[in-house]
Design a protein around this ligand. Structure first.
Ligand code: SF4
Length: 465
């Protein structure tokens, strides 16, 4: 592709899918809210944002107040407004079944207003003399760091990449949120005074036992760093890549990707597989096939994501298990065996193989925890490599180590990681300040340090009891 065509590809094919609201639209939409008692939209939000409250604030022309309400409950409310699958969460639960209140876009309207001021509406808490290490500056780690700073802890984040943000910066579909928006959000949050050590990998640049010795508590927000393998012949051929690596390259506007594939096969059935398909299509691949080894009903991708891929012209091949990647040094195709699901298990018919020619294969069959990190910290993991935690406090098997986000839940949404980070911050605070009590209302927890109330923070669990 010529440079001007490439420029057009980035501009047109990766423009934001959901445009921001104008001021009047935001107010008109906010007037539709019924401010429901026991609002189902709030229950559907893992961080329990007080949605009717922030919508009422927008209706009364107080976008900054609305932004504060959002960021109070969800430190990553700015990015969640863009990347949350609202159709399956808050908007999916709205009492207006046919045309829900556009909660995500209203949330964006409010947090954009906060960002336009360049100032976070919160202060760090008074120094309480305790230090916490956060390993991994992805959504869970950043959320944990923000709430700990607000409670007066000195927080140091250790991030192995040169930029923070994890999946928010490197792995979100480009038409939902670009890397710059993620980094801007972090810049604002880090105004609270978090120290960020970049390019620092546990076990290579820093020993886990040194972290344990130096800090009063540790939070592991290490995500899922290792891509699963297909374990079939031909997997190492040129042209076979992991979905997140591919999406990261697209987000980095790697011009070599544009027009680099005529036919791509994406293997997987989740939302990342869908992103890999749409990004392939939008960077110029003529034929893109999503191949999944079970039936369509078993795909974990959301229906609206599958619809987007279909609208982009992606073909769906279900009940097909990859057996072999074909080619001498480069990918030339994938050999599949048809499958049936018997008693929940996939059974491939090895005698009836068929081939799909292609020049690129993208693997989107999931990620797993880099097991070496929890092992170095001496915390227990389950058979799948997920870090085991106490569900309420997110404390691991090691007293002063907590964990949350994808490394614990196996890979959920950014908002789940943000909720975990907040919950773990409380877990750490309650461990280091055993006298801390829930607030006067069960759904809030007003922390008290030396008898002084620190900012009340919404409890995502709704109750301590
Ligand atoms: Fe408003 Fe819908 Fe939530 Fe009710 S469910 S409070 S109408 S956004």
């Amino acid at each position: 592709m010529t440079p001007s065509t490439t420029k057009r590809v980035w501009r047109d094919n990766f423009a934001e899918l959901k445009k921001p609201l104008f001021r009047e639209d935001a107010r008109v939409e906010s007037f539709r809210c019924l401010y429901c008692y026991d609002a189902p939209c709030v229950k559907a939000c893992p961080t329990r944002i007080d949605i009717p409250r922030f919508i009422r604030q927008i209706a009364t022309d107080d976008p900054l107040g609305a932004g504060e309400t959002i960021l109070e409950a969800n430190a990553l409310g700015h990015s969640c407004a863009r990347v949350c699958p609202v159709e399956a969460l808050c908007e999916g639960a709205c009492v207006y079944r046919d045309k829900p209140v556009p909660i995500g876009r209203l949330q964006r309207w409010a947090t954009d207003a906060v960002h336009a001021t360049g100032e976070l509406p919160f202060e760090p808490g008074a120094d309480n003399g305790r230090r916490v290490a956060v390993v991994g500056a992805g959504p869970a780690g950043v959320a944990c760091a923000v709430y700990l700073r607000r409670l007066g802890y000195a927080v140091t984040l250790f991030e192995k990449r040169e930029l923070p943000g994890g999946l928010n910066t490197f792995g979100v579909a480009e038409y939902k949120m670009d890397s710059r928006t993620s980094l801007d959000e972090l810049e604002l949050l880090f105004q609270l005074g978090c120290s960020l050590v970049k390019g620092c990998e546990i076990g290579k640049d820093l020993r886990a036992d040194a972290v344990l010795a130096d800090f009063d508590a540790v939070f592991l927000g290490i995500g899922l760093a290792r891509a699963r393998r297909l374990d079939i012949p031909g997997e190492n051929l040129t042209g076979v890549m992991n979905a997140l690596t591919f999406i990261e390259k697209v987000k980095g506007r790697d011009a070599k990707l544009c027009g680099s594939s005529k036919a791509t096969v994406v293997i997987g059935g989740g939302n990342t597989a869908i992103d890999a398909c749409t990004h392939s299509k939008r960077t110029g691949a003529r034929d893109v096939t999503l191949a999944y080894r079970r039936g369509p009903a078993d795909m974990s991708a959301y229906d609206f994501e599958i619809a987007l891929a279909k609208a982009d012209g992606v073909s769906l091949l279900t009940n097909a298990a990859p057996v072999r990647v074909l080619g001498k040094s480069r990918v030339e195709g994938v050999e599949f065996a048809p499958t049936k699901v018997v008693a929940g298990e996939v059974v491939a018919d090895a005698g009836r193989r068929f081939t799909l020619p292609c020049d690129r294969v993208i693997k989107a069959i999931g990620q797993e925890t880099e097991r070496s990190i929890p092992i170095q910290f001496g915390v227990a993991i389950d058979a799948n490599g997920a870090v085991k935690v106490d569900a309420k406090t997110l404390r691991t098997s090691k007293t002063k180590v907590f964990a949350g986000g994808d490394a614990v839940n196996g890979g959920k949404e950014v908002v789940n990681a943000a909720a975990d980070g907040k919950r773990a911050a409380w877990g750490i605070h309650r461990m280091l300040h055993p006298g801390a009590k829930p607030g006067p209302r069960n759904e809030y927890w007003v922390s008290t340090i030396e008898g002084r109330a620190v900012a009340p923070i919404v409890n995502p669990m709704g109750s301590w009891s």
